[in-house]
Design a protein around this ligand. Structure first.
Ligand SMILES: [Ca+2]
Ligand SMILES: [Ca+2]
Ligand SMILES: [Ca+2]
Ligand SMILES: [Ca+2]
Length: 525
């Protein structure tokens, strides 16, 4: 579909919206979304996390959110209690991974229709007394300044549990509080009332939210086994606290620096163990992530041609999706890749992906034969002046934003232009991503070649991989640019073709080679 048809579609939507306001029926406040599951995560430093986040921890998952408990302008979190993407640090403005990170990611992976939200409040070095609304003031009055300041990051008067409750009340307007995850106790080694006060902190929060512990499971995690303060106190908590489970710390490594904290990989595993317990509590089985897969069983070879419509088959779990599409309707109506919602049209050159809107993307598993420089081409069409796209590999941009030239004619999406850029690629298997940066363009295919090869006419392929990488000798008839026949050469691959043709092409310039046993015609510079 062309730009103008698309434009009229949006105009009608705008008219509808305007009419809605004009008739003056104020929409009722939206009901909380039953598929927005919110978990309160509280405790001390291991809940908040102390290990540096790695790239897999930072990938944004559209179904994993936090309710900001601290303002972090650097992360775009400017309002306490607002919903933001859950990227490290969840608990503060730093770059550390917490128990809640992979708890949330695993929960989201295990429930594909559900969005997970975390209310994160953790104060390093704090006794459970800080979370007890009857004790926090007296506890803080004798505490050292660093602890007072730490608590103040969540609540100016130190009442951090009130902050949890305030955010949770706001969260109840958009979703449902589904459970607690808790890690605390290093500070309370000698505090015999610890289990009783842990229960009190949970019950106080639930009472303020008008909820019952019957429907809100509580998962506590054990302390570091090789560390300062491990005991069976956490694993015994379910004996004295209803609807309570524990996540084992067996086999989890410390950070190698102090006697309190877990290392990076332990936070990942521990978060998953918390999720396992929570899923058990709500009778859901954990879903095992599955990688995305090439559409035609094998990765696309580079050098070679990649059909835009043959993007990967999505897998399961964070980062394993293979496309992002703005609406589920297939505007192309071909039913090729049915169910994906990607808009595939049938054109003279075969299937193409159209109705591309800014922010949409498609991914391809590729195998790069050799590291090095390649010439990248894309066959694209647009009737619009601001269309464009960008290519990335494993999350890193390999091209700038590439503009798609506007075709002659008002609604012309039928003339494909071959836009080009030089790229440098590492060898081996990678995920290539095409991202739309300017709406309304069509894309047919991509090519990564080693040489600049331009199809003149009559050829079915833009570049034949056999020419870039020798697979067997072929005979070519060589012509100059005026169409004069110069002679015949036998060559396997572009290098040999170029070398052999050199003697025939007098002025050393561009020539045309026509394969004798296929329809391939190439212009070689
Ligand atoms: Ca992916
Ligand atoms: Ca669509
Ligand atoms: Ca689309
Ligand atoms: Ca195509």
């Amino acid at each position: 579909m062309g730009f103008f048809k698309q434009l009229s579609r949006f105009t009608s939507v705008a008219c509808f919206a305007a009419g809605f306001i004009a008739f003056g029926t104020a929409p009722a406040e939206a009901a909380p979304d039953p598929n927005f599951h919110i978990y309160i995560a509280y405790g001390q430093s291991n809940m908040g996390g102390t290990a540096d986040a790695q790239s897999a921890d930072k990938a944004e998952n559209p179904r994993f959110k936090i309710f900001a408990s601290q303002k972090c302008s650097g992360k775009g979190r400017n309002t306490i209690g607002e919903v933001y993407p859950a990227v490290p640090s969840l608990f503060n403005c730093g770059n550390t991974i917490s128990i809640a990170d992979w708890f949330g990611r695993t929960m989201a992976d295990s429930m594909p229709d559900v969005t997970i939200g975390i209310i994160p409040v953790a104060v390093g070095g704090a006794s459970i007394k800080l979370f007890d609304q009857d004790q926090y003031a007296s506890y803080l009055s004798t505490a050292e300044d660093w602890l007072k300041n730490y608590a103040k990051e969540y609540a100016s008067d130190g009442n951090v549990t009130k902050t949890i409750i305030d955010i949770a009340k706001k969260a109840q307007q958009v979703g449902v509080i589904k459970g607690f995850i808790f890690h605390q106790g290093e500070t309370d080694g000698g505090y015999s009332d610890w289990p009783k006060i842990v229960k009190k902190t949970r019950d106080d929060i639930l009472k303020a939210l008008d909820m019952s512990s019957d429907t809100v499971p509580f998962v506590a995690g054990e302390l570091l086994r090789s560390g300062c303060c491990y005991s069976d106190r956490v694993s015994k908590l379910p004996n004295t606290m209803d609807n309570t489970y524990y996540a084992s710390s067996e086999g989890l490594d410390g950070n190698g620096v102090d006697r309190y904290h877990f290392g990076h990989d332990a936070y990942v595993t521990f978060g998953k163990r918390y999720a396992e317990q929570m899923l058990k509590a709500i009778n859901r089985a954990p879903v095992v992530p599955e990688p995305q897969k090439p559409f035609k069983d094998k990765p696309f070879e580079i050098p070679g041609k990649i059909e835009a419509e043959d993007f990967d088959i999505p897998g399961v779990g964070s980062g394993n999706d293979s496309y992002s599409e703005n609406d589920s309707e297939d505007h192309g109506g071909t039913n090729y890749r049915e169910g994906t919602g990607v808009d595939i049209y049938k054109k003279a050159t075969g299937y193409i992906v159209g109705y591309n809107q800014e922010g949409e993307w498609l991914e391809y598993t590729v195998n790069v034969k050799e590291a090095g420089d390649y010439t990248f081409f894309a066959a694209v069409a647009s009737a619009n002046e601001t269309s464009g796209f960008q290519m990335s590999l494993d999350g890193k941009n390999i091209t700038d934003v590439i503009s798609v030239p506007k075709n002659e004619g008002e609604d012309n999406y039928d003339d494909y232009n071959k836009v080009k850029e030089n790229v440098n690629l590492p060898a081996g298997e990678h995920i290539l991503r095409f991202t739309v940066t300017g709406s309304w363009m069509d894309v047919d295919y991509f090519v990564f070649g080693e040489d600049e090869i331009v199809c003149v006419d009559g050829c079915t392929d833009f570049v034949r991989p056999a020419l870039s990488h020798a697979t067997g000798a072929e005979s070519y008839r060589i012509f100059d640019m005026n169409g004069n026949y110069l002679g015949e050469v036998r060559a396997s691959g572009m290098q040999e073709l170029r070398a052999s043709a050199k003697t025939l092409v007098k002025n050393g310039g561009t020539f045309i080679a026509k394969s004798k046993n296929s329809s391939t015609i190439v212009r070689v510079k």
